[in-house]
Design a binder for this molecule. Sequence first.
Ligand SMILES: [Zn+2]
Length: 224
Amino acid sequence: MPPEKFSKNVQDYVKTIYALQNRQRPVSNSALKAQLNISAPAVSEMIQTLVKLNLVHYEPYQGVELTTSGERVALEVIRHHRLLELYLYEALGVPWDEVHAEAEQLEHALSANLAERIAERLGQPQFDPHGAPIPSRDLSLPEQHGGPLLAATLNTLLRIVEVDDASPELLRYLATLGLVPGQQVILCERAPFDGPLHVQVGEQIHAIGQQTAMAIRVEEQSTN
Ligand SMILES: [Zn+2]
């Protein structure tokens, strides 16, 4: 069943479970409660709804896992979200710190058909403006390279592949430092005891906090 046949809430729950599954499987009730910021009874009620729709398996005291159809709904919503972000950014010139909030609303109403038209117009893109992979029409994800900046090798040429898109303030801050996908950087120093990271961008060296660094993924550039 296409995602737009489900309520906006159901789509959001499935998307949240999909994201949490990358860290922990099954996803516990308490993890869902914390992520969605809703009460424990509301979580139980939501799980019952998703079980009835055959979108999750539920194991009492363990948590939930998406069924194959649940996973397909999540990937379709993510596809809509990331295509919309790129379309708003590229075709309409919406700033990159604003596209996420707009896409959060629009993703639920978009049909697979219209999503495919957008994908076609954009040349079947693989990544959104923040560098996140866009699931293809058959819902396979393009391979994501790299790892967290926090764990990158010192004094090696790196390329930013993705930044976390959830906070507009953080995106604006990163843009002012030039820390955007595609940019080449060098991690010069990682201070001990959770201290700042010194990152070289062009001629400049910026000190950024651990929280900021956690929002950035990089890949090592091969040197010839
Ligand atoms: Zn987004």
